[in-house]
Design a protein around this ligand. Structure first.
Ligand code: ZN
Length: 116
């Protein structure tokens, strides 16, 4: 299950980040997920609830923001969004190999309580 391994690596990132910022209990996490990562948000949330048990991220709310796949055509210098997995320039029909975004799984913010 794709989302389960993702949720596990996410916990690893969160625990490290929280420790760096003195957070003892994570309440809310904002994530950016590229469309190419093919994550089902409900499924990721479900897996996250499973793997976060007994960690400092237990009960944290995930806010998932989808990032569209954006590509650039070298031939006509057009930047455009990829839709329906068509990796081709809509203007000159050149195949596209350069993707500017769409693969990311990144944590953009963590809210929580510090131990003070
Ligand atoms: Zn083009």
């Amino acid at each position: 299950m794709h989302e389960l391994s993702m949720a596990e690596s996410l916990i690893g990132i969160l625990v490290d980040e929280a420790r760096n910022h003195g957070i003892v209990s994570i309440k809310k996490v904002k994530l950016q997920v590229g469309e190419l990562a093919a994550v089902v948000p409900d499924s990721l949330t479900f897996c996250f609830e499973l793997v976060s048990r007994d960690t400092i991220a237990e009960g944290a709310v995930l806010e998932i923001e989808n990032v569209p796949i954006v590509a650039h055509c070298d031939r006509c210098d057009l930047t455009f969004k990829i839709q329906d997995s068509v990796f081709q320039c809509p203007r000159c029909e050149e195949p596209v190999f350069e993707l500017l975004s769409g693969r990311e799984l990144s944590v953009t913010s963590i809210e929580g309580e510090t131990g003070e």
